[in-house]
Design a protein around this ligand. Structure first.
Ligand code: FAD
Length: 402
């Protein structure tokens, strides 16, 4: 049976989030956060109270055991409310990477970080990218050396979301490095790295182009002793867990871009129904209508694919009816399409607004700056998505690069 409807609970859930965000995070507040470079504490607490933070974790671990379709609804609504995508980043990094950490970590990590993160009293992020590059995960320089009851970490991570917030509220990062370089990507191990461990030094906060309300920073690890209880998954599985985390994040990134694009179209439509040129409303010109039709058609196609992909995630995790690689192909498709679509919608609706669109009185520029981060690379660069799509479509024998 093919059924495209959401459940009644999911419809009510969407309504409840939209209502809460409309009341607590109107566009003026999104602008304020963007200007002040800060996510207000009441909003973070509100997300925790609503059960949205780390919602993918099972109830017994502090989450609400949400499935991926429901979590995707939340990501879409957060993107709709905060078109700068700062709050969606705070949400989705934890819903996705927190999910993977929880799946493979010890109770120590759950108690020290994840349960608190679900209440907004801690932060769990992803610390993969290094100064030498982010796409080539197997090319990383970070090393883990086995000690007695701990790993010793040396290396540096950069362009990492939420470092300032994590420093402030506590928590840490999923970090991978090599424990056995001779084994290639099969010689990597993942750990939970609290930012307050001795030997961890926050290097900087970048002056970003967009999503200003959440920080992007970096940290150095110098002879950091990470207790064995902080290891995530088995030794040598770090690369694979990293790929699983990227996959989980990609559907939520895509949904937040779809939400932001939907809001941009609404803002644009409101404007063209009011604004007159040559004696009639802009909305009455077919030149404008065709532009809208093009955006609306692409929007529906991409949104449908995003939810199909979320549904496939649920099938993968709950029934194993799809292999992880089958789902990865779709995740890369939506991660490739949705941010570029959102960027296109922001650019085109901004053009409808003439000079007003080019000012900060108009919210759309926050959206351009925000979704661009997902076109550039956060949770995987565009060409890397194409590599995955080509590999899973054409076959590995044709797409091996080395
Ligand atoms: C705002 C922001 C927040 C981020 N937050 C995090 C975070 O929380 N945690 C984290 O670990 N990382 C984070 N990142 C980093 C992100 O994961 C990387 O930007 C991404 O993986 C790409 O790595 P890179 O920037 O080093 O680009 P590179 O890997 O150097 O790639 C540069 C360009 O080359 C292209 N390219 C690379 N390899 C190939 C190839 N084989 N064929 C064709 N083209 C190729 C890429 O598509 C890209 O356009 C963030 C990035 C941004 C912008």
């Amino acid at each position: 049976m093919l059924d495209f409807s959401f459940t009644e609970e999911q419809d009510l859930f969407r309504e409840a989030i939209r209502e809460w965000l409309a009341k607590n995070l109107p566009m003026e507040r999104v602008r304020e956060n963007d200007t002040n470079h800060e996510l207000p504490k009441d909003i973070i607490k509100g997300l925790g109270d609503l059960g949205l933070l780390c919602m993918t974790l099972p109830e017994e671990h502090g989450g609400v055991g949400a499935d991926w379709v429901t979590t995707t609804i939340a990501a879409e609504e957060l993107g709709y409310a905060d078109i700068s995508v700062a709050l969606p980043v705070f949400f989705l990094v934890q819903a996705s990477w927190g999910f993977v950490v929880d799946k493979y970590c010890t109770d120590v990590v759950r108690d020290e970080c994840l349960r608190k993160a679900a209440k907004g009293e801690s932060f769990i992020g992803i610390g993969v990218t290094e100064p030498g590059g982010g796409s080539d995960v197997a090319g990383f320089k970070t090393n883990l050396t086995k000690g007695d009851g701990h790993w010793v970490l040396n290396g540096e991570k950069t362009y990492i979301s939420g470092t300032a917030e994590c420093k402030e509220i506590g928590g840490g990062y999923f970090v991978t490095g090599y424990n056995d370089r001779s084994a290639g990507h099969r010689g990597m191990t993942a750990v939970y790295l609290p930012l307050n461990l001795e030997g961890v030094e926050i290097t900087k906060r970048f002056d970003n182009y967009g999503r200003m309300a959440i920080s992007t920073g970096g940290f150095k690890m110098t002879d950091v002793k990470v207790p064995d209880e902080y290891q995530i998954g088995d030794t040598n599985r770090g690369f694979y867990l990293t790929m699983e985390g990227f996959d989980a994040a990609r559907v939520l990134v895509s949904a937040s871009c779809v939400g932001a694009a939907e809001r941009a179209m609404e803002i644009g439509m409101e404007y063209i129904k009011e604004r007159k040129a040559f004696g009639q409303e802009l909305a009455k010109y077919q030149g404008i209508q065709f532009d809208l039709a093009d955006m609306a058609a692409h929007h529906e196609a991409i949104k449908t694919l995003v939810y199909k992909t979320a549904w496939m995630m649920d099938q993968k995790y709950q029934h194993e009816t799809f292999t992880p690689l089958e789902v990865s192909k779709y995740l890369s498709m939506v991660k490739y399409l949705a941010p570029h679509h959102a960027l296109d919608v922001f650019r085109r609706t901004m053009l409808w607004m003439g000079a007003y669109g080019y000012t900060k009185e108009c919210p759309l520029e926050m959206g351009i700056r925000g979704v661009m981060s997902y076109c550039i690379g956060a949770e995987g660069a565009a060409n890397i998505q194409k590599i995955v799509i080509a590999r899973e479509t054409l076959g590995r024998d044709w797409t091996r690069t080395r």
